[in-house]
Design a protein around this ligand. Structure first.
Ligand code: TXA
Ligand code: MG
Length: 494
């Protein structure tokens, strides 16, 4: 197939609009990443997108619009919550999932009754949609599984000869894909973090869930969640630990193989390793802008492994962290854990190891860990608890959790939240989560296991332990007391 290379000039956009109207496909620059666009209402045109990308057909596409008027043919309703965030963040890097109109083909929505819509800010994208007069379905324009393209060059590298045209719009400003929020259900759910942050969404929408469950055989909330993404040819591995530990680990690896490290300007040098900087540690926007290009450049350098430091999830960092985790397919080495002398505990066969899991590992699970260990100590039972979070970012335990535990005489001050790892699950005898969605999330990430149960389920009760996060001292006390009652029963059962 011949691929036309076009500029963003009006005369070229008219050519591109014509291709789209006739059912062809065109790579379009946007402020997030380049998208591979086709007429969202034309099933045949949409099928060709999947073919060109090699994308699984159950992974739905985002429908791009240039005006609010276009919505009426795409979504069956536009609730107040959607209006509120669209007014604030459109045009921009925000995709909203809503119930679809009958006429949106299932090819576009991957068979779902919901549809993803976004109004891009990029002038070229917006003008092209306007000129063609049709909503444009567009996934990121990479070959499926590769990092999304953020430069014209990336699009040529991946898609030359596979699409009808590519428009050169220069480098994408944001550099990671849009934030995806699902407003089709009872409660807003963040499916993919991006340039619009969870904090910004929560300000408008109130509480936003960030966990999605993907059980075997169940339709995931966002089908894209089941696929490994953004992966360069080299293996990506996240290193958790302080900078000295990271440096010495990387240098040891670099002594016998060609490795790369994604670094920040403030980092010390890594002897023997290739490094690419994501900018200053103070500037997450620079990091999103550079990330995918950095992953692709690492492949050009021919490294076999790419190490990346573990980063937090505040604001825009959540998007960077998410892309790195997904590029790594969850591979993380916890360097500080490697140093912990657990031997004495592990040698004692009778000792049971319990792992409590919640979302951020700053409220419920560290309280549960403290309560469990205190009860076992008092009753002389040889069992030990640890805790972790599904989205933990190294934050200290929340202030009210520390105070509530202090009232029990248990000190959890100074404890830093930790992300759950495969090794933690493996070494635990029993994994107890605070809610059903935590349990589902663990099963979707680490596979089904009889030892993963919700805390209530384990003691034969129903319901979740509600998240006290951000609540008053009394909310925390209530949470602590219900944990204490449940954990007392857990210890009885052991
Ligand atoms: O920034 C972006 O969003 C870029 C540019 C081109 O707009 N597009 C993009 O598309 O990243 P794509 O296809 O690579 O990612 C869309 C994500 C996928 O994870 C998909 O599973 C999810 O959105 N998605 C689309 N429709 C959905 C739906 N109805 N329900 C749940 N998730 C949906
Ligand atoms: Mg994509």
């Amino acid at each position: 197939m011949e691929t036309k290379l076009l500029t963003a000039a009006e005369s070229d956009l008219l050519i591109a609009a014509d291709i789209l109207k006739k059912g062809g496909n065109v790579i379009i620059p946007t402020e997030t990443v380049y998208g591979l666009g086709a007429d969202a209402m034309n099933p045949e045109a949409v099928k060709n997108i999947f073919k060109a990308k090699g994308r699984p057909v159950d992974n739905p596409l985002i429908v791009h619009i240039s005006s609010f008027d276009m919505l009426s043919g795409i979504v069956s309703e536009f609730p107040e919550s959607a209006k509120a965030i669209a007014d604030k963040f459109w045009p921009g890097p925000l995709t909203i999932i809503l119930n679809k109109c009958k006429n949106v083909p299932y090819e576009t929505t991957g068979g779902l009754e919901t549809v993803a819509v976004r109004m891009p800010k990029c002038k070229t994208a917006s003008r092209l949609i306007e000129l063609s007069g049709i909503p444009i379905a567009a996934p990121s324009a990479n070959l499926s599984g590769k990092p999304s393209p953020t430069t014209f060059r990336h699009c040529i590298d991946d898609m030359m000869g596979r699409v009808d045209a590519i428009i050169d719009g220069g480098d994408c400003e944001i550099g990671v894909e849009s934030t995806v929020v699902d407003l089709s259900g009872d409660k807003p759910v963040l499916l993919r973090p991006g340039g619009i942050t969870l904090e910004q969404l929560s300000e408008v929408l109130g509480e936003v869930d960030v966990i999605t469950s993907v059980k075997e055989g169940e339709t995931p909330k966002s089908p894209g969640l089941k696929y490994k993404h953004y992966s360069p040819d080299a293996d990506v591995i996240i290193l958790s630990g302080n900078i000295d530990d990271v440096t010495s680990y990387v240098e040891k690896q670099a002594a016998h193989s060609k490795v790369g490290v994604l670094v920040f300007d403030e980092f010390p040098k890594f002897k023997g390793a290739e490094t690419i900087s994501l900018g200053s540690i103070k500037n997450p926007k620079n990091a999103t802008h550079r990330l995918f290009n950095a992953l692709r450049d690492m492949d050009k350098l021919g490294v076999t492994k790419i190490f990346a430091p573990e980063i937090g999830s505040k604001g825009v960092w959540r998007a960077v962290r998410n892309r790195l985790y997904r590029a790594a397919g969850g591979k993380l080495i916890n360097l500080s854990e490697l140093k912990k002398p657990y031997e004495s505990i592990e040698n004692e066969h009778k000792v049971k190891k319990i792992l409590f899991v919640c979302t951020g590992n700053t409220c419920r699970s560290p309280m549960a860990e403290g309560i469990f260990n205190e009860i076992c100590k008092n009753r002389g039972i040889s069992a030990i608890a640890d805790s972790a979070g599904i989205y933990a970012d190294g934050s200290p335990a929340s202030k009210n959790a520390v105070l509530a535990m202090k009232e029990l005489g248990v000190d959890i001050n100074g404890r830093k939240s930790r992300n759950i790892t495969d090794d933690m699950i493996k070494s635990a005898d029993l994994v107890l989560t605070m809610s059903g969605s935590h349990k589902n999330a663990l099963i979707s990430i680490f596979g089904d296991s009889k030892k993963i149960k919700t805390l209530s389920e384990f003691v034969g009760e129903a319901g979740d332990v509600p998240d006290p996060f951000g609540g008053s001292m009394d909310t925390y006390r209530q949470c602590r007391d219900s944990l204490k009652a449940l954990i007392g029963k857990v210890v009885d059962k052991l």
